[in-house]
Design a protein around this ligand. Structure first.
Ligand SMILES: Nc1ncnc2c1ncn2[C@@H]1O[C@H](COP(=O)(O)OP(=O)(O)OP(=O)(O)O)[C@@H](O)[C@H]1O
Ligand SMILES: O=P(O)(O)OC[C@H]1O[C@](O)(CO)[C@@H](O)[C@@H]1O
Ligand SMILES: [Mg+2]
Length: 462
């Protein structure tokens, strides 16, 4: 059975959704003074250690009569730790699709363990979850990871599928691993939660820590996932190319397909950043092609006014329309994620066919699909800083005996979030939210929705 959520309540409706601690199921664990107390880099910093009561609110927009609401435990170093440095054998694994910053997180986990806590035994698990069953692991030291943040991808390798909880925990137990840092998206965090439950059931002194990774930015609760900003930045190159191509010919249309299986954050942010995009189509906002207020109408109007246009489409957008014209295959990847039809190619053909058939105007359309280019690059400077803080927070938490949590940024503060909050749902663009309204007013595209049909319950402020 899954462990129960740990809730701490206080006055005025205060709720702390706390994370598990090793002492919840192992009594009388010895503690040690935090070695950072003797580290000149940290000991001079006033209030460096986090107060045990510090927590971060989930919602920061409040009214005078609002209850204090849900909070998460603030991340950071504690006065006392539950592991002696020599006792720790840490393992790091990267799972799921690539994302800029994976190598930075790996590097900073290794360096934080070594330099802050004096932990010398750190293993890299080769090729995702299935690597736990493999014979080989990769020895990680500050020297071997020194410049890996300059490279895209992950030096550890990654994979989809292959998660067998019991076999993974057997491997953790057999090897004597007692810190497990699991970097990955929603599927990975589900896997990490299952590993935590099994570890707890077996009563093992093993900290299981998740670090959220996804360029789709579809992990809930956290402000933004690492690598997302880099992916959005890289997407600008494709949009720029589409714009240059489109404005160089009469009635030129540039179509760019960007990643985003179920969430259109990359497309939305890339559009807002670029200002050259006239229409952004995302999975959360159904659209239609024909008739008044449809896409064809809008394209015709924009071309008449500007002579060219750029359309950005997220890979998961309009899948229901694609399935109407191409037979849906229901194919899945090894992790069980549905494999999508190529909506970029489909919409490009539809637009070309429409204008050829109706002969309203001659158009030239160029389709750009940067796919893996936006996630295979190394992380940019701000993502590198973000990855560093995430990794350091993850290590502080494990050393302090916390477990079963994802390390994440909430309103600009590092926190420890219980797995059940991370895996309960996916983060989506809320089309009744101000951010989408900002996009609509920047592109001037039709909203494709009838305001009367908007579900009031779906409204959320950002
Ligand atoms: N429900 C689950 N329980 C246990 N393991 C899971 C579950 N879902 C996925 N996994 C495992 O997690 C790993 C990664 O999952 P997935 O391929 O879905 O990528 P992800 O972590 O969601 O990242 P992304 O979607 O950003 O690429 C895989 O090894 C998969 O087997
Ligand atoms: O081809 P792969 O490796 O399965 O990855 C594709 C998927 O991974 C992601 O980048 C992250 O989930 C999605 O946007 C995309 O659909
Ligand atoms: Mg996923």
């Amino acid at each position: 059975m899954d462990s129960k959520p740990k809730l701490v309540t206080g006055t005025a409706g205060y709720v702390l959704q706390d994370v598990p601690h090793l002492t919840d199921y192992i009594p009388n664990l010895p503690t040690y003074p935090n070695p950072l107390q003797n580290n000149p880099a940290y000991s001079v910093v006033k209030q460096y250690f986090v107060n045990v009561d510090d927590s971060v609110p989930e919602r920061i927009t409040v009214h005078s009569d609002s209850p204090r609401g849900i909070h998460f435990r603030r991340a950071g170093p504690r006065q006392r730790v539950y592991f002696d440095a020599d006792e720790v054998l840490a393992a790091i694994v990267t799972c799921g699709g690539l994302c800029p910053g994976l190598n930075t997180v790996v590097r900073e986990l290794v360096c934080s363990l070594y330099h802050m806590y004096g932990v010398k035994k750190v293993l890299g698990i080769d090729g995702g979850y299935r690597g736990f069953y493999a014979r080989n692991t990769i020895n990680l030291t500050p020297k071997t990871v020194n410049d890996i943040h300059k490279r895209g991808g992950t030096i550890l390798g990654s994979s989809r599928g292959g998660h067998v909880t019991k076999k993974i925990v057997d491997s953790i137990q057999d090897r004597g691993i007692n810190h497990v840092y699991i970097i990955g998206g929603d599927g990975t965090q589900r896997g990490a939660s299952a590993i935590f439950e099994e570890v707890r059931k077996r009563g093992l002194k093993v900290a299981i820590v998740g670090i959220p990774k996804t360029i789709d930015n579809d992990i809930p609760v956290i402000d933004q996932s690492f690598g997302f900003a880099t992916a959005v930045e890289e997407a600008q190159r494709a949009i720029n190319a589409a714009h240059v191509e489109a404005e160089s010919v009469e009635n030129g249309i540039g179509v760019v397909k960007l990643m985003g299986r179920y969430s259109g954050f990359i497309a939305m942010h890339a559009t807002l950043a670029s200002r050259d995009v006239d229409c952004c189509l995302i999975p959360e906002s159904p659209f239609y092609l024909e008739g008044h207020g449809g896409l064809y109408d809008y394209i015709e109007k924009t071309l008449k006014e500007n002579g060219h246009m750029v359309i950005v489409i997220a890979e998961g957008a309009g899948q229901e329309l694609v399935s109407e014209s191409i037979q849906s295959t229901n194919k899945q990847d090894e992790s069980g994620n549905k494999l999508l039809q190529d909506v970029g190619l489909w919409i490009s053909e539809k637009i070309k066919d429409h204008f050829a058939k109706h002969k309203t105007m001659a158009i030239t359309l160029k389709y750009i699909d940067p796919t893996y280019m936006i996630r295979a690059v190394p992380s940019n400077a701000s993502d590198n800083v973000y990855c560093t803080l995430l990794a350091q927070s993850a290590v502080h938490g494990a050393m302090a005996g916390y477990t079963g949590y994802t390390s994440g940024l909430v309103h600009g503060r590092q926190t420890y979030i219980p797995f059940y909050r991370i895996i309960e749902k996916q983060n989506h663009v809320v089309i009744t939210d101000r951010m989408w309204a900002r996009l609509l007013s920047s592109t001037n595209q039709p909203s494709f929705v009838d305001s009367k049909c908007v579900n009031e319950d779906a409204k959320e402020d950002h």
